[in-house]
Design a protein around this ligand. Structure first.
Ligand SMILES: Nc1ncnc2c1ncn2[C@@H]1O[C@H](COP(=O)(O)OP(=O)(O)OP(=O)(O)O)[C@@H](O)[C@H]1O
Length: 270
């Protein structure tokens, strides 16, 4: 089965024409466009610190960061400085010791238009370093739909996911791959595409990527960079990476993490 083929059998009887790429793309865009044109939002992290339970030393110290929607942020810095830990906290995988992580909406005059909202973990997608190591399913389709709700009561949620499916597959360039393919048999670059599709289908407000180019050959690295350039048009992306040269053209805002978990806004050093 090719990725562009109708997916209705697994999607609670949603008619095949509703899952066409153009429909799902419009659906994705419309959901994002339901707001006043000049409004914009930012992910804002304020005075965030983190000390793992049972330890004496903080890994993150008074971290402040803000990133406007549909922007590409990059965090770089020495190994062991706390970059991955920050991503894990943003994804809701660990609770900060103090500080806040919110989504703040602003009006055309750049003043807040409503109280900030907590960034919910279900609105954050994270792709770990070497995501292919965590593939669980035996086919591409099962990998993407793994964990989707199966109960009838969740039919609307599943329908939403299904409508995003073709968009996610197309935007990561997986359309030419059979959905029956074993994820482990894909090339390195295609495994990364699949890992991105798994997250994109959830339409996250924030997409976090930990070392997205690590372990790939030069061709696959260039492919993933192009892919991120494309995804950036629709999503807010925050990346942790040592591959500064290749990612620099995409970067709208960057920070350096120093040892001790201290984050400072800084240009990408090239
Ligand atoms: N749960 C924990 N308990 C104690 N120490 C931890 C815990 N999690 C991470 N650390 C330590 O915190 C520091 C920061 O780790 P982290 O993986 O966030 O760094 P990093 O900047 O992402 O490094 P790299 O670039 O090598 O991936 C490391 O010294 C790590 O050993």
């Amino acid at each position: 089965m090719e990725a562009s083929v109708a997916l209705s059998p697994i999607l609670l009887g949603i008619s095949s024409n509703r899952t066409s790429y153009s429909h799902s793309r419009r659906h994705f865009k419309r959901k994002r466009a339901l707001k006043v044109a000049s409004d914009f939002s930012k992910i804002e992290v304020t005075n965030l610190s983190y000390k793992p339970p049972g330890t004496q030393q903080s890994i993150l110290n008074d971290v402040n960061l803000s990133l406007r929607e549909k922007r590409f942020g990059l965090i770089f810095g020495r190994s062991g400085s706390g970059k991955t830990t920050l991503l894990q906290i943003l994804a809701g995988l660990a609770q900060p010791t103090c500080g806040s992580i919110v989504v703040q909406k602003y009006g055309f005059d750049s003043s807040p238009v409503e109280p900030p909202k907590t960034l919910l973990p279900e609105k954050v997608g994270i792709v770990f370093q070497f995501p292919e190591r965590y593939f669980l399913a035996d086919t591409v389709l099962e990998e993407i739909t793994f964990g989707w709700p199966r109960q009838k009561a969740d039919a609307l949620l599943t329908e939403d996911l299904a409508l995003n499916l073709q968009y996610a597959i197309s935007s990561v360039g997986l359309k030419t791959i059979s959905l029956d393919e074993n994820p482990r048999a894909l090339s390195g670059g295609y495994k990364r595409r699949l890992a991105l599709a798994v997250q994109l289908v959830q339409m996250p407000d924030l997409l976090l990527l930990d070392e997205p180019l690590a372990g790939l050959d030069w061709k696959a690295r260039a492919d993933v960079v192009n892919l991120l350039k494309n995804i950036k048009k629709d999503l807010t992306i925050l990346v942790v990476s040592h591959d500064l040269k290749e990612l620099a053209p995409l970067v709208d805002k960057s920070w350096k993490m120093d040892l001790g978990g201290v984050l400072k806004e800084a240009p990408v050093p090239l």
